[in-house]
Design a protein around this ligand. Structure first.
Ligand code: NOJ
Length: 691
């Protein structure tokens, strides 16, 4: 075949890259034995990302490069088992196969509506050279936006029932990259509800994923996992001073990490790769690594905005349990339904409606009933009223990690909700371990979370999980898995101490937690100084949202979720012109563009509303005021009007958070908006076509 100039140049570059990758293995201190063959490599379709895999002295290693620059130095692969030899030494590669894939799938809802899955795959067969001679396959996929690999161990005489004590996968970061991380060992290890720290990799503690890294060579990398089905959730531990992170799996109560019977197929270990932080989002690598939807008809699955009986409990003005301040009364819920119906919100969350909240519900691992309401909550009347108003109740299922109690009731509860027309639940898993001592993110809980989503699908119910396990792309297979918490959300601004989440918080969330999937952050607090009861003075350390009002609005665009709450008490929205933005903002998108950003400083995002010629822009900043240019070149030809919700004169999160300036201006695709943000501020813009 005659090579064109471009193809030839591309091949020469790819060959050069491959030889660099092969050279990576020379970095391993000991010399390879004669029988260690040359490493195998697989490159992404654009040839930028290259994975190599090979053996050295019977140990299996892989490495990753991007544009010829090292990202992951040779890093070990393998497993350790209870009661069996580790699968980590005396290994040899016995063969390999290759394939290329290119397909496009649509999502029923999302940050984008279509995803192209184009990748090259390398399957490497590995065999143990000593008894019992177990065999396994490492499957490697190279995409333009990252790489992924997983292990497959088939059933054989040598491999049947197993108890894994560790997965030995390592990630040796090529340089002392800057990492944005939350600890997986303290202070709330199992709920991901810590503030992010930024430090060189060599200073990390044990960390959660997604772990976002900026290498000194400029490459951005995000370590995470995909397609976690019947396995333990992953954190990263390791010898951080040598930049070697290894997979650490969350255990069962007896310390075993993963138990089962072959075949064993692990989740994908993923490394998203980009040259610019702006190219990390929207992140779809995990979706490409999950199977297509198991729900044939997804028409009933609908993104929505909702209000709810919630913030009052966090402020202590309502209670979950019975008493004079009980929030979930029939009358109160009807008020929230009326408000939702009048403002185009499709859901009303009701917390504290069911028996079990009185007393120490956390300490007892919640002996909740998921079907029996408190006497002052007429579930029939409320759901009927909601139905007439075109609104669904979002049933709250706090479990307090009393999993057996919840699972016993799952079918009867979901059947009841279906009968009543409750189309959505919000579940909760407050507490670090199950009653039996299983980890919050171990295999026991992975199975549980999956069981809930599958059972919910059977009854036509959408799910929003608080205190979840991290998202590994399951919404592709189960699109009723709408959103989850899994980070420090708005609730910390009610009671979290330290004054509330710092102004930089959401500018980090966007480039870290949100890369794994949607987050139910619950934006939209308007009473930003959080009124104290009569006669009680506010202290500086009292928690409150440390944002301006315009930033609260911008969060609806920046922090993606298909279910977005108008989180404040509804009376705080009365007479507020800024509430119009919450009425208008979309929750489902055709496409998403990150205009510009810097992790921990600011980010500006534009999203196109699904099926409409309408765009929304959200920009947020940390504690520094700044101006960001937003060219509107993403618009089509013609005239549009921009409805701008900007920080008002003198606005700042600290002294004047509610000052807001609402204006309209004509724009076209050649307009560049100068988005001016106050300290702790932001800007929210709706852009709609006029001609
Ligand atoms: C923690 C959740 O994040 C919050 O939204 C909920 O109100 C409480 N748990 C009670 O379930």
């Amino acid at each position: 075949m005659r090579l064109t100039g471009i193809t030839r140049a591309r091949r020469v570059r790819a060959a050069a890259r491959a030889s660099l990758v092969l050279g990576m293995f020379v970095l391993v201190p000991c010399r390879a034995r004669a029988q260690d063959p040359a490493p195998l490599t697989v490159a992404s379709p654009d040839a930028k990302n290259v994975v190599s895999i090979g053996t050295q002295h019977g140990q299996l290693f892989y490495g990753v490069e991007r544009r010829g620059m090292k990202v992951i130095l040779p890093s070990r692969l393998g497993f350790a088992f209870r009661g069996a030899r580790a699968l980590s030494d005396s290994l040899r590669i016995t063969g390999s196969t290759r394939a290329t894939y290119d397909s496009t799938f649509t999502l029923p809802w999302g940050e984008v509506s279509r995803v192209r899955d184009q990748h090259n795959e390398l399957r490497v067969s590995v065999e143990e050279m000593v008894a019992p001679g177990r065999k396994f396959t490492v499957v490697v996929r190279a995409f333009d936006d990252g790489i992924a690999f997983c292990y497959e161990v088939a059933e054989s005489a040598a491999f049947g029932d197993y108890e894994m004590s560790d997965e030995l996968t390592e990630f040796t970061i090529a340089d002392d990259a800057r990492a944005w991380w939350i600890s997986a060992s303290k202070p709330r290890p199992d709920r991901y509800e810590d503030l992010f720290a930024a430090s060189p990799v060599s200073n990390l503690d044990t960390v959660h994923t997604p772990l976002t890294l900026e290498l000194q060579n400029g490459i951005k990398a995000v370590i995470h996992e995909a397609h976690l089905v019947d396995y333990a959730g992953m954190t990263l531990a390791g010898k951080f001073e040598s930049r070697t992170l290894h997979v650490s799996l969350s255990p069962w109560a007896d310390g075993v990490k993963v138990r089962g019977h072959a075949p064993l197929i692990t989740p994908w270990r993923t490394l998203q790769l980009a040259d610019r932080v702006e190219d990390l989002a929207p992140s779809v690598l995990g979706l490409k690594l999950n199977p297509p939807s198991r729900i044939a008809n997804t028409a009933w699955i609908a993104p929505m905005k909702y209000d709810g009986i919630w913030w009052g409990m966090h402020l202590n003005t309502f209670t979950w349990g019975e008493g004079p301040k009980h929030g979930a009364t029939t009358a109160n819920t009807k008020r929230y339904i009326d408000f939702a119906a009048a403002n185009g919100l499709k859901g009303v969350l009701v917390e504290g409606w069911n028996l079990g909240w009185n007393g120490d519900w956390m300490g007892t691992h919640g002996q909740f009933s998921f079907t029996q309401p408190y006497p002052d909550y007429d579930i029939q009347a409320v759901t009927q009223y909601a139905k007439q108003k075109g609104v669904t109740i979002i049933g709250h299922n706090e479990t307090a990690m009393g999993i057996a109690n919840y699972e016993r009731q799952l079918d009867s509860a979901f059947a009841l909700y279906q009968r009543l027309g409750i189309k959505s639940i919000k579940s909760g898993y407050v507490n670090d371990k199950t009653q039996e001592g299983h980890s919050h993110t171990g295999q026991y809980m992975v199975r549980h979370y999956r069981r809930v989503v599958e059972t919910a699908a059977k009854y036509g119910i959408m799910v929003d999980v608080h205190e979840p396990i991290h998202d590994t792309g399951e919404r592709r297979t189960w699109p009723n898995m709408m959103s989850r918490e899994g980070a420090r959300g708005q609730e910390y601004n009610a009671w979290g101490g330290e004054g509330g989440n710092p102004p930089e918080h959401e500018t980090i969330l966007f480039f870290t937690r949100l890369l794994s999937g949607p987050m139910d952050f619950t934006p939209g607090i308007f009473d930003l100084l959080v009124k104290r009861p009569e006669g009680v003075a506010r202290k500086p350390e009292d928690s409150r949202p440390r944002t301006t009002l315009a930033k609260q609005l911008a969060l609806y665009v920046v922090l993606y979720s298909p279910v977005q709450m108008a989180a404040d008490l509804i009376e705080n929205y009365e007479g507020q012109p800024a509430f119009q933005f919450i009425r208008d903002v979309a929750v489902d998108w055709d496409t998403t563009r990150v205009i510009s950003g810097r992790i921990g400083d600011y980010v500006a995002v534009a999203r196109k509303a699904k099926g409409k010629d309408e765009w929304f822009v959200g920009a947020i900043t940390d504690e520094e005021a700044r101006t960001v240019s937003v060219p509107l070149s993403f618009l089509g030809a013609g005239s549009y009007v921009a409805e701008v919700y900007a920080d008002g004169k003198g606005a700042s999160w600290r002294d004047n958070p509610t000052a807001i300036a609402i204006s309209q201006k004509p724009v076209t695709r050649s307009t560049t908006l100068q988005v001016v943000m106050a300290a702790g501020g932001g800007q929210a813009i709706r852009i709609r076509r006029v001609k």
